[in-house]
Ligand binder design. Structure first.
Ligand code: ATP
Ligand code: MG
Length: 577
């Protein structure tokens, strides 16, 4: 994907000064004051390569990379790849691309939990030798039963008091591949009666005869996430291990491992997950959409994945601005999707050149314009940016306008084109509708005849008469054909995770989330549009050239329509204050 220079600005450094604080930042400030980590700030972003990154991950990336950058620290990228059954190189590659695109810079610090498999294994042996871990022969079902519940204490496994020698022998034989999957586990020996379920002898290692995308067939036992994550942080000397709230109850376990092993005490801090209306941010569910063909792939522009919203036309700057605006907290909430779209519009409004495009064309003939004549009208490239200059668009006798901009029987307050009414064309002339052409069979209007007033080329009438609407248009003989894809929310309800008993979340999919318009007419300057180029199509919204676009067969995505419901909500709130 081609990126403009704007896309390659560093993520966050310039955005730091004067930034409103948050509780994570405050903890770091305190630690710096007390010199807790000798003034170091070292964070990490730890994705599991079992899917593509989504907008929730962007929040974590902005937080981790942003805070470290602000305090002159470092951030590692670390793949938490402890589950070979679900992890793939494709995901590793996409995560690298997407995190970079967002502006994350980990320099040469890209790591994998699988880099630490030898060390983790040695630590497991160390804990066995210290009498702090044991091999359990209970099956998964029994382990669950013995664990108890929030209201009931757990029960100790009959295998809990095996000797160190027996444990060492069994663990070694687990590693050698002597036992089938699921037949034995290695557990930490902590406290089956702990009120925290994570401390009731959690599983450290399981048997899994599966090839790993990096270590191949070297291992047939794999560490659990809970036995890998905290120690990976320690090995990398991470000072502030920032993660989402559901890991709050795991913190005592990570601290227990740190204590028992006497390793670097990374400090875990939990923040709220991003949830968005009309959006699901679960890799498992996103994978299901891809696998069932409900979307065209992980990078379908309707997906909340980074690759999806990039393809849709969102900018990294807009995403960073959004993440900065939502901040972090200690309680999970839900953010209005309109707020994200607001930041996309705000950024695109500043940078996207304007263009005239007709999505659903209606043919207009200007009867009093000389046949064969062409002139060029000058239009502004971006009213928000004077330096963007102007361009010339060809004007001729036959034009296309939007079907929506014409009504045979205009309702009250419809000021656009209708029989006998005059409107302004963007960039120039006034035209008046004199007649319509109907399809003989259906009665549908298939064309419109107009006259133009040659004295209104400047966009104003010499007699100062007013028109109430300005519409966009494209000269028919100069128009370029294109496909335009219009996206709506992927789900019809605000909380698509809410599903009636016995049904799947896919019942909430919006059947109209993709509309393909194959007959769009573009002004000729768009002929050279390249992948990733972004425009405001006048009066319609922001659009970008799609991955499928080729010279001569252009395809555009609608990024967002123009109407900014979030800005309206904000304004109303400000007024009521
Ligand atoms: P999912 O539920 O989508 O599979 P995950 O937490 O299992 O998400 P990871 O790959 O483990 O996905 O996430 C990497 C990092 O991104 C973690 O630190 C995680 O806390 C963070 N993260 C994931 N989802 C969100 C979210 N919705 N909001 C904020 N941070 C998130
Ligand atoms: Mg995870």
């Amino acid at each position: 994907m081609s990126t403009s220079t704007r896309d390659e600005e560093p993520a966050t450094s310039a955005e730091s000064p004067g930034r409103p604080s948050n509780f994570v930042r405050d903890i770091i400030l305190d630690d710096l004051k007390t010199n807790k980590y000798t003034g170091r700030v070292h964070t990490r972003f730890p994705p599991e390569p079992n899917g593509y990154l989504h907008i929730g991950h962007a929040k974590s990336i902005c937080l981790n990379f942003g805070l470290a950058a602000e305090f002159g620290g470092k951030t590692n990228l670390r793949f938490d790849d402890t589950n070979p059954e679900k992890e793939e190189q494709e995901y590793v590659d996409s995560i690298i691309t997407d995190a970079r695109w967002l502006g994350a810079n980990w320099e040469d610090r890209m790591f994998y939990a699988s880099d630490y498999f030898d060390q983790l294994h040695a630590w497991a042996v160390q804990l066995i030798k210290a009498g702090k871990a044991y091999v359990d022969d209970l099956g998964a079902e029994e382990v669950r039963k013995y664990r108890g519940s929030l209201t009931e204490p757990g029960v100790e496994s009959p295998y809990r008091n095996r000797s160190v020698e027996e444990n060492l022998d069994l663990f070694e034989r687990m590693r050698q591949g002597e036992f089938p999957d699921g037949s034995r586990i290695l557990r930490a020996k902590i406290d089956m009666e702990s009120p925290n379920l994570n401390l009731r002898d959690p599983v450290m290692y399981r048997i899994l005869h599966a090839s790993h995308h990096r270590t191949g067939d070297k291992w047939c036992i794999y560490p659990m996430y809970d036995f890998a994550h905290g120690q990976s942080d320690s090995l990398e000397q991470i000072t502030h291990s920032i993660c989402t709230l559901e890991f709050e109850d795991h913190r005592p376990l990570y601290n227990w491992f740190i204590q028992q092993l006497g390793i670097f005490p990374s400090q875990q801090i939990e923040f709220d997950r991003l949830n968005l209306t009309y959006t699901l941010l679960s890799k498992r569910k996103l994978l299901q959409l891809v696998q069932e063909g409900r979307v065209r792939g992980w990078d379908d522009p309707r997906m909340p994945t980074i690759s999806g919203i990039r393809r849709r036309g969102y900018t990294p700057q807009a995403i960073r601005n959004f993440c900065a605006a939502i901040g972090v907290s200690k309680t999970n909430g839900i953010i209005d999707l309109a707020m994200l779209e607001h930041f996309v519009r705000e950024d695109l409004n500043k940078q996207a050149p304007r263009a005239m495009v007709v999505l659903r064309p209606l043919r207009v003939v200007i009867d009093n314009y000389p046949e064969g004549q062409v002139e060029e009208l000058e239009v502004v490239n971006n009213p928000e940016d004077a330096s963007a200059g102007t361009r010339r668009v060809p004007f001729a006798r036959v034009l296309y306008i939007e079907q929506d901009d014409f009504r045979l029987d205009p309702p009250k307050k419809f000021f656009r084109l209708s029989p006998g009414h005059e409107v302004r064309l963007r960039g120039g002339y006034f035209i008046t509708c004199t007649n319509v052409v109907k399809d003989e069979r259906t009665g549908e209007v298939v064309g419109v005849h107009c006259t133009y007033d040659p004295a209104t080329r400047s966009g104003n009438a010499p007699d100062n008469r007013k028109v109430k609407a300005t519409i966009h248009w494209v000269s028919a003989q100069h128009a370029i054909d294109a496909e335009v894809r219009i996206y709506e929310n992927l789900f019809t309800n605000e909380d698509p995770g809410q599903v009636p008993e016995g049904q799947d979340f896919t019942v909430n999919l919006n059947p109209n989330s993709l509309e393909i318009l194959t007959n769009a007419k573009l002004e000729p300057s768009l002929a050279t549009a390249k992948l990733g180029d972004r425009y405001q199509f006048e009066r319609l919204g922001y659009f970008c050239a799609d991955l499928d676009s080729k010279p001569g067969a252009l395809v555009f995505n609608r990024t967002v329509p123009l109407r900014d419901t979030w800005a309206k909500i904000e304004k109303r709130q400000q007024e009521s204050r």
